[in-house]
Design a binder for this molecule. Structure first.
Ligand SMILES: Nc1ncnc2c1ncn2[C@@H]1O[C@H](COP(=O)(O)OP(=O)(O)OP(=O)(O)O)[C@@H](O)[C@H]1O
Length: 612
């Protein structure tokens, strides 16, 4: 497959009749998501640009009399502006005028350069600050998405969007430079028009015309490159995340070459698309500079042929040389800003998808106090089906009540709906039918967060962060705010304190490669300690001991048995014996409750059940 075919095959095909979003509407969407203070910053951008543009005009204005003095001193007083300047200084000869004019020219030109630098500094600071705003908003909104969305989505696409924000910041620098340059270019063009209408119009139309032709030729290619780069970038991130996420299998199966090839395909597509766009963005400058020089020579040739010869034409030529020298870079910056926006349009749209993620009414608010459960939590004919599937009920009309302080065990074959039931209990999923009642009050969007604050979850393998034991127990709490007494108390109740305290470094020992190596049982006990640190009222153990051998499981269950009755505990286990600590055992099959009773009752029922 040649490169053009590859780019075509990667570019997403237009769907339906919906027109593709324009760069302008993408920028409008971005604007709508910016914080108020940032919008004020953007609104202030034209002020320094206007000053810089005025300084540019002034430098052109000073150039004309300056060159006139050099070329034809005797005629210099015929220029009205020079007369005024000379009167102001009280000088009467052209030679006396040369010194002050040189100083005035230098001051204006240096002032203009300083202002342009200030504008460039301000623009880059602002654009990267906007990039920071976008990154934080994308991450924050992503963190506030419902669990059902996280369960469906590939996390690599979020990572990819966050990485792409860097490219967007650069695009925004160029966009702001484009806005500044447009204003400055307008001032330069007006100055040139005042000096000599015909020559200025001629120069402008030829230069702007050339850029317009280039824009027409390159716009489709830039857009296609943009789509290829954005898509291939996401695919590359997915490949890396899949390979590293399943590194055990990659090593065992020896299929590094497959992932290498897949990653290479993406990286190659991104590299080709971006290098193409880079060339298309920067190269016109050389052609136009060449053309600009040619025009200059032609104008010089025409003007010197007129009366007065070269000396008469020199001031005008000098001013135009300066004008062109000023105009060409700003025209190039306008073109570059446009090309960059087009080349990154798809990236911008990818980011906007994450920036536009809807969030609940609680977004940005202080988390509520935990909802205290005084008596019970109950499922009342709860059903649930996953959206986008065949709508089959994964949980089918289940009802049960767990009194405060009880231990409730769930049993059932794989796929019977145990984890889904727990996700419903934790408010991570919302029932499609029925209700979950806390002390008789249904769980809704209004009290869901408060309910969740009081729940701690220990999964089959707990997630340990690359930090200290204390930080892992007080998970998500800033180091300075960790209550060490509470950490020690939680570790003691989870029966892991002895191990931690016997280890050099104790609670401050790092977990990970160079730190404490934890066995499966110890990891799970850290998970229980984490739940206890949270001072949760409901503890949810989702196959928390399934991966452990019998004796390790027994020691972890021992820790669970020792927990106080202020905690209501729900646990899923594959082995019935694991649930011997439970007051009630519920058996699920195809989302329905098939048996409910005490541990002993369920054991008896199973003994008398006819073999399948
Ligand atoms: N995110 C999801 N999207 C669609 N279907 C899902 C999703 N998660 C689970 N399911 C389906 O729901 C059913 C119940 O899954 P669930 O994980 O609740 O069962 P389980 O009893 O916990 O199984 P296991 O013991 O294997 O963990 C299964 O058929 C599963 O395929």
């Amino acid at each position: 497959m040649n490169e053009a075919d590859m780019i075509e095959s990667l570019a997403p095909k237009p769907k339906g009749v919906e027109p593709p979003e324009t760069v302008l509407s993408s920028l409008r969407r971005l604007w709508a998501r910016l914080p108020r203070r940032r919008r004020i910053h953007v609104a202030l951008v034209p002020i320094p640009i206007l000053l810089a543009a005025l300084a540019e005009t002034a430098s052109l204005g000073v150039m004309l009399p300056f060159l006139a003095v050099l070329a034809a001193p005797e005629r210099v007083f015929s220029i009205p502006a020079v007369q005024g300047f000379a009167n102001m200084l009280g000088v009467s000869t052209p030679q006396e005028l040369l010194g002050p004019l040189t100083i005035a020219f230098a001051v204006v030109v240096m002032g203009s350069a300083a202002l342009r630098m200030l504008v460039a500094w301000g623009n880059s600071r602002l654009a990267y600050a906007i990039g920071e705003d976008i990154a934080m908003e994308v991450f924050n909104r992503t963190l506030h998405q419902p669990y059902s969305l996280h369960a469906q989505r590939n996390s690599a696409s979020v990572l990819s969007a966050l990485v792409k924000i860097k490219a967007t910041s650069l695009t925004l620098v160029n966009t702001l430079a484009m806005v500044s340059s447009t204003m400055i270019a307008t001032f330069i063009i007006v100055s040139l028009l005042i000096i000599n209408l015909k020559v200025a119009l001629g120069c402008f139309f030829v230069l702007a015309g050339m850029y317009s032709v280039i824009m027409l030729i390159t716009r489709r290619r830039l857009s296609a490159n943009s789509r290829v780069a954005a898509k291939a970038h996401t695919r590359g991130m997915q490949t890396v995340s899949e390979a590293l996420g399943g590194i055990r299998d990659v090593l065992l199966d020896g299929n590094q070459a497959y992932f290498y090839r897949e990653y290479h395909r993406s990286v190659h597509a991104v590299a080709r698309a971006q290098s193409n766009s880079y060339f298309v963005s920067y190269s016109p400058r050389y052609a136009i500079e060449g053309l600009g020089m040619t025009i200059f020579v032609l104008v010089a040739y025409t003007l010197t042929g007129q009366s007065g010869g070269f000396a008469a034409a020199l001031p005008l030529l000098g001013t135009f040389a300066l004008g062109a020298q000023r105009l060409l870079p700003v025209l190039q910056l306008i073109y570059l800003g446009w090309a960059n926006l087009r080349a990154n349009q798809a990236t911008l749209q990818d980011i906007l998808v994450f920036l536009d993620q809807t969030v609940g009414a609680d977004f940005g608010k202080v988390p509520p106090e935990p909802l205290r459960m005084e008596r019970s939590v109950a499922f009342d004919k709860v059903s649930f089906s996953y959206a986008g599937t065949d709508q089959a009920k994964v949980v089918d009309g289940i009802s049960f009540t767990a009194a405060k302080g009880q231990r409730i065990g769930f049993l059932g074959s794989t796929g019977s709906g145990k984890s889904t039931t727990f996700d419903l209990l934790m408010g991570l999923l919302t029932p499609t039918e029925g209700a979950i009642l806390v002390d008789g009050v249904p769980l809704t969007d209004a009290n869901r967060l408060a309910w969740q604050r009081g729940i701690a979850h220990v999964p089959q393998t707990i997630y340990l962060s690359d930090s200290t034991i204390a930080a892992n127990i007080a998970f998500g709490v800033p180091a300075k705010k960790i209550d060490m007494d509470r950490v020690r108390d939680a570790a003691r109740k989870a029966q892991i304190a002895e191990f931690i305290e016997s280890h050099p470094g104790g609670y401050d020992a790092p977990i990970g490669e160079r730190g404490v190596r934890l066995s499966g049982g110890q990891r799970q006990r850290i998970g229980i300690a984490r739940a206890l640190y949270k001072e949760a009222q409901v503890l949810v153990l989702d196959e928390a001991t399934s991966a452990l051998d019998n004796s390790t499981e027994e020691s972890v269950m021992e820790a669970i048995r020792g927990l106080g009755t202020e905690l209501t505990i729900f646990m899923i286990a594959h082995r019935l014996t694991t649930l011997s600590v439970c007051d009630t055992v519920i058996e699920l099959d195809h989302g329905k409750i098939t048996a409910i009773g005490s541990y002993d009752e369920i054991v008896q029922q199973r003994l008398h059940r006819p073999a399948a």
